[in-house]
Design a protein around this ligand. Structure first.
Ligand code: ADP
Ligand code: MG
Length: 701
C-alpha cells in the first residue's frame, strides 16, 4: 500500500497542517495508511431508535428521535448548565450541557426533529443525557455508516482541535472515497484461500464501517491473523537465519573444572530439572551452532547454579565466560556465591561494576585480554566498549527483563564469533507469551524447586490488623528469623512514598527496637554505597528487619528471612508480588508472606490477592496476570525493550490465533527458509516492509 503510506496525513480532507501535527504527536499518525490502521475500540449500534419511556440509566449509548420543548440556563459560574426538555411521543427527557452552551442555544431550532445520541445517566436524582450528540434528522448526512458506528480513542488535545471520534470516522470515509479501486492485498491469494480469510480491502472497510456483525467478525479475525502471523514469520525467519549464519564455538569436552565441581564441590544433588536443562545447554554448545537460550525458572529454582556449571563448561574448553546482573547488589551476590562455590579450584573470578576502583579495573582489563581471567561477573559495566575479552565463549544474562535488546546485542559483539548466550529470567511469562516475546530463543524451563522447600504460606490481612501482625513478626524474630517489609513506590509521588516508608519505618522502630531488634531501611533514592551497606547488614544478620521499597525485588538471597510483609499490596501487580514473595522461602524453615491491604478493594485487587493466596506457581500467576491485565501492562513490567505495536491483536486474548499462526509460519519456513519461492514473494516483501517501516515491530536481538 505504498500509495497510502506515502501520503502525508495533512493532505487528507478536513485535516490540514495544524491537525496533522496533533495527529502526529498524539496518536502517531503520519500517513493515510497510518490512519487506516487506526482501529476503533468499540462500536455503537445506531440502527435502533429508542423510545424515551424505555430509557434506563444502565443502558449504553442510545439514540432517540424527537423535538426540543424547552431550554433553560441554570446556575452561575462553574455550576452553570443548560437544561433542555426533549420529547418524543412516548415521553420527555432532560438533556444537559455544561460546556458549549452558547452554541447550542444559538443553533437548536424548535419544532425541528432531531436525533439525539448519548448515554442515559442519573443526575440530580433524575434520568437525563449529558452532552449528547445532536443531529438534524432531516439533514441526516449521506454517510457510509450503517447500523454500527465505530468509536475511536481520542485524547484531550485532539478533542480541543475538534478531532473527535466522529471526525476520525469521516476521515476514514475520505480515504475510502478518495482511493480508486481496492487496496492491494498483503497476503498471497493461496494463503487467503487456504485459511479462509477475508480480503484486505473488505476487512479494513468493515472494521471502520461494519456492514454486519458477521463481516465485522471476519474482518477482525483476518487482521489479527495477519498481524500475529507476520510477527511469528519474522521472528522464526530470523531465528533460522541466525542458525545458518553463525558458526558456534564448540564446547567439546566436559573437563576438569566441571567434573571437579560436580563431584567434589557441589553441596547438594541437582534437581531433575537442573540436570535436564544442563543437558540441553551442553547439547547446544557442542552442536556447532550458536546457542541462544532462554532459561525460565521460578524464583529460587536454582538458575545461578545452572549458569555457573555452564560457565565451567566454557572454561573447560578454554573460553572465558561472563554473567551480567541488573543491579550491583545482585552482581555482588553472584560474585560471592560463585567465589565460594569455586573456592580452592584454580579458576579466576572477578567482579566488575560501576563502583569498581580504577586500580581494580586495570587489573581486570589486563587479565581479560591475556585470558588469565576465566569468569567475569558484573553489571552494565560489562557492556562498555573498553571491556575486551580474549576469548569470550559464553554470556549469561540474569533477570533478562531488566535489560533491553540493545544491551544484549552489545554483549554479543564482544567476539568476532558471537558467544553462546544464556538468558535467565524468573519473571514468569505465560508460555504463549514467551513464545512471542522470545520467539527467536530456544526455551528451557526449570519447573521444579530444590527438595525440602516448604511452600510459602501466604496470608491476607487488613491494615487494621497491624497489632496482631506485629505480634506474629515478633514470634518469628524470637525464633531467630529475619523479616522483610516492603512499601510500594509509585513514581508520580515519590516524595510522598518515601514519607510513607519513613513513617512506617519509625512506627516499626518504636515497636521492635525496644525488644532488641535492629532495623535497616532501603530505597531507590539512596546512594549505591548506602544501599549496599543496608543490604549487607541484613545479609550478615546484624539487622533483623529490612524495611524497603521494591528495590529488593530482584534476586536478593537471605535464606534466614522467613517473613515478607507487603504493605498496601493492592498497589502491586501480580508479577511483582510474586517476585517479592520469592525473597522468602529460601531456607529450610516455614516462610510466610503477609499481604496487607486497605479495607476497600477493587475487584481486580481482590482477584490478585486471591491468586497470591491460592498458588505459589509462577506460571499459574502469570496466566492469571495476563487475564487480568492484558498484554500492554505486562510488557511494561517486563521492561524488555520489546514493542510489538500491536494494532488489533491481543496477545492474551488471541493466544489461540497466535499458536495457530506460529504453526503456519513454521510450516512455510520449513519448506522455504529464506522465502524465495514465487508463492511466498508477497510474504517476503511484507516482512521487508515491516522491518523498514518506522512503526514496525522491533525484535529482541
Ligand atoms: P534463582 O533461580 O532464583 O536464581 P538461586 O540460584 O538463587 O535461585 O537458588 C536459590 C537457592 O537454592 C540458593 O541458595 C542455591 O544455592 C540453592 N540451590 C540451588 N540448587 C539447589 C539444589 N539442587 N538443591 C538444593 N539447593 C539448591
Ligand atoms: Mg537468581
Amino acid at each position: 500500500m505504498s500509495e497510502l503510506s506515502g501520503k502525508d496525513i495533512k493532505y487528507l480532507n478536513e485535516v490540514g497542517p495544524k491537525r496533522a501535527i496533533i495527529l502526529n504527536n498524539e496518536i502517531n499518525i503520519h500517513s493515510f495508511e497510518d490512519m487506516l490502521y487506526y482501529f476503533p475500540y468499540k462500536y455503537i449500534d445506531k440502527s435502533k431508535i429508542y423510545e424515551i419511556k424505555d430509557l434506563k440509566a444502565n443502558l449504553p449509548y442510545v439514540q432517540i428521535k424527537g423535538i426540543f420543548v424547552s431550554m433553560e440556563k441554570i446556575g452561575e459560574g462553574k455550576g452553570e448548565r443548560l437544561v433542555a426538555s426533549f420529547a418524543d411521543k412516548s415521553g420527555v427527557i432532560e438533556l444537559i450541557w455544561f460546556r458549549g452552551i452558547k452554541f447550542i442555544v444559538k443553533n437548536i431550532k424548535k419544532r425541528t426533529e432531531y436525533i439525539i445520541f448519548g448515554k442515559p445517566s442519573i443526575f440530580n436524582g433524575r434520568l437525563n443525557i449529558i452532552h449528547p450528540e445532536i443531529e438534524d434528522s432531516e439533514k441526516k448526512e449521506d454517510s457510509i455508516v450503517s447500523g454500527m458506528q465505530a468509536v475511536y480513542h481520542t485524547t484531550e488535545k485532539m478533542k480541543k482541535a475538534y478531532i473527535n471520534s466522529k471526525l476520525i470516522s469521516r476521515l476514514q470515509e475520505h480515504i475510502f472515497k478518495g482511493f480508486k479501486g481496492r487496496f492491494p492485498e498483503t497476503l498471497p491469494k493461496w494463503f487467503l484461500d487456504k485459511y479462509r480469510l477475508l480480503n484486505l480491502h473488505d476487512s479494513l472497510f468493515n472494521l471502520h464501517f461494519p456492514q454486519s456483525t458477521d463481516l465485522l467478525q471476519k474482518s477482525e479475525y483476518r487482521l489479527k491473523f495477519e498481524e500475529l502471523f507476520y510477527i511469528q514469520l519474522s521472528t522464526l525467519k530470523r531465528k533460522a537465519k541466525t542458525k545458518l549464519a553463525f558458526r558456534g564455538m564448540i564446547f567439546k569436552t566436559v573437563g576438569e573444572s566441571f567434573n571437579t565441581f560436580y563431584n567434589n564441590k557441589l553441596p547438594f544433588d541437582l534437581t531433575g530439572a537442573q540436570k535436564r536443562v544442563l543437558k540441553e545447554i551442553r547439547k547446544d554448545c557442542g552442536s556447532g551452532k550458536q546457542m541462544n537460550r532462554l532459561l525460565q525458572g521460578d524464583v529460587g529454582s536454582g538458575k545461578t547454579l545452572v549458569a555457573l556449571m555452564s560457565m565451567l563448561l566454557a572454561v573447560d574448553n578454554e573460553y572465558q565466560a561472563c554473567i551480567m546482573a541488573p543491579t550491583e547488589i545482585l552482581a555482588n551476590q553472584h560474585f560471592e556465591t560463585i567465589s565460594e562455590f569455586l573456592d580452592g579450584m584454580n579458576i579466576k573470578v572477578s567482579l566488575l561494576t560501576g563502583s569498581s576502583k580504577k586500580s581494580e579495573r586495570n587489573i581486570i582489563d589486563e587479565e581479560l585480554r591475556s585470558g588469565k581471567l576465566n569468569i567475569l561477573i558484573g553489571t552494565h559495566a560489562l557492556i562498555e566498549d573498553n571491556v575486551v575479552f580474549k576469548n569470550l565463549g559464553l554470556v549469561v544474562i540474569d533477570e533478562q527483563h531488566r535489560f533491553g535488546v540493545v544491551q544484549r546485542s552489545k554483549l554479543w559483539k564482544k567476539n568476532i564469533n558471537p558467544p553462546h548466550v544464556l538468558v535467565m529470567t524468573a519473571t514468569p511469562i505465560p508460555r504463549t507469551l514467551a513464545m512471542t516475546l522470545y520467539g527467536d530463543l530456544d526455551v528451557s524451563i526449570i519447573d521444579e524447586l530444590p527438595p525440602g522447600r516448604k511452600p510459602i504460606n501466604t496470608i491476607h490481612v487488613y491494615q487494621k490488623d497491624k497489632q496482631s501482625v506485629y505480634k506474629f513478626m515478633q514470634k518469628e524474630l524470637d525464633k531467630g528469623r529475619q523479616i522483610y517489609i516492603v512499601y510500594p513506590l509509585i513514581s508520580e509521588s515519590e516524595k510522598l512514598d518515601i514519607k510513607d516508608l519513613e513513617s512506617g519505618y519509625q512506627e516499626l522502630f518504636d515497636y521492635f527496637s525496644p525488644l532488641g531488634y535492629n532495623l535497616s531501611m532501603l530505597h531507590g533514592k539512596m546512594k549505591p554505597k548506602e544501599k549496599d551497606y543496608a543490604m549487607q547488614e541484613f545479609a550478615d544478620h546484624k539487622s533483623h528487619i529490612l524495611v524497603a521499597t521494591t528495590v529488593i525485588e530482584v534476586g536478593v538471597n537471605v535464606p534466614n528471612a522467613s517473613v515478607m510483609l507487603i504493605e498496601n499490596s493492592e498497589r502491586f501487580g501480580l508479577a511483582q508480588l510474586h517476585q517479592l514473595r520469592g525473597r522468602v522461602g529460601r531456607g529450610a524453615e516455614q516462610s510466610f508472606c503477609i499481604l496487607s491491604t486497605g479495607y476497600k478493594l477493587s475487584n481486580e485487587s481482590k482477584q490478585r490477592v486471591e491468586t497470591m493466596v491460592g498458588t505459589n506457581d509462577g506460571f499459574e500467576i502469570a496466566e492469571a496476570d495476563l487475564k487480568l491485565r492484558g498484554f500492554g501492562d505486562i510488557d511494561g513490567t517486563l521492561q524488555s525493550g520489546i514493542s510489538y505495536n500491536l494494532k488489533i491483536a491481543h496477545l492474551g486474548k488471541d493466544s489461540q490465533i497466535l499458536q495457530y499462526v506460529r504453526g503456519i509460519a513454521d510450516e512455510i519456513l520449513e519448506e522455504d527458509p529464506l522465502l524465495e519461492l514465487d508463492k511466498n514473494y508477497l510474504l517476503n516483501e511484507q516482512l521487508k516492509r515491516a522491518s523498514k517501516s518506522q512503526v514496525s515491530w522491533r525484535f529482541i536481538s
